[in-house]
Design a protein around this ligand. Structure first.
Ligand code: ITT
Length: 193
């Protein structure tokens, strides 16, 4: 069994990421809290690669990182790669976004997730991306999930991410889709290393 470091400090992401590894033989380990990586990339993929690569090198293990965020059409794609930095905590981030969007009738948005896996020498060996389209509600709805989940409404399911069961969110979300795309490669890699 080969160690794979989950290179995230976000407990919500961590919980979801662990779920995708059920049935795989990777031995998952958490990134030490003290190891923080500066996200200087200009895209989700660049930031995911940066996090995976630096954590892998620091711990000399395989590492997987997620960079994700919410792109709101009427805000020209904001908060985008700055989604985590939009406020000090989840309620503050939601409040700022709702304030910026105001009464706008154009409320379409996309959640984006980029995943990157790096080898112990820091080389990025696998990447994938996933997205999910929805609309931004005027008020939070639902108790589950994390981050912007209570204001992200998916019309096909008539629920916000925060109202969905974790199974449904995992099926339809940006992260679920990025993991689905990565899974065959992760399986192939675990038998090689
Ligand atoms: P790590 O870099 O340590 O993984 P982070 O929270 O800083 O944690 P990002 O830079 O990728 O991660 O920021 C992503 C932000 O986008 C995250 O803090 C949430 O606010 C939001 N986000 C991402 N995925 C989400 C999801 O599935 N549901 C709700 N909000 C999400």
């Amino acid at each position: 069994m080969t160690i794979l470091i989950l290179a995230t400090s976000n407990p919500g992401k961590l919980q979801e990421m662990q779920g995708y590894f059920v049935g795989l033989t990777w031995q998952l380990q958490l990134k030490p809290e003290t190891l923080e990586i500066e996200e200087t990339g200009k895209t989700f993929l660049e930031n995911a690669a940066l996090k995976a690569s630096q954590v892998a090198m620091a711990l000399e293990s395989y590492a997987i990182a997620d960079d994700s965020g919410l792109m709101v059409d009427a805000l020209n794609g904001r908060p985008g790669i700055y989604s985590a930095r939009y406020g000090g905590n989840d309620p503050q981030r939601i409040e700022r976004l709702l304030k910026e969007l105001g009464e706008s009738v154009q409320r379409e948005a996309q959640f984006i997730c980029a995943l990157a896996v790096a080898a112990p020498d820091g080389t990025v060996i696998l990447t994938s991306e996933g997205s999910c389209s929805g609309t931004i509600l005027k008020q939070p709805l639902g108790e589950g999930g994390f981050g912007y989940d209570p204001i992200f409404y998916v019309p096909t399911y008539q629920q916000t991410f925060a109202q969905m069961t974790s199974e449904l969110k995992n099926q339809v979300s940006h992260r679920g889709r990025a993991f689905a795309a990565l899974l065959p490669d992760l399986r192939a890699l675990e038998v090689r290393v």
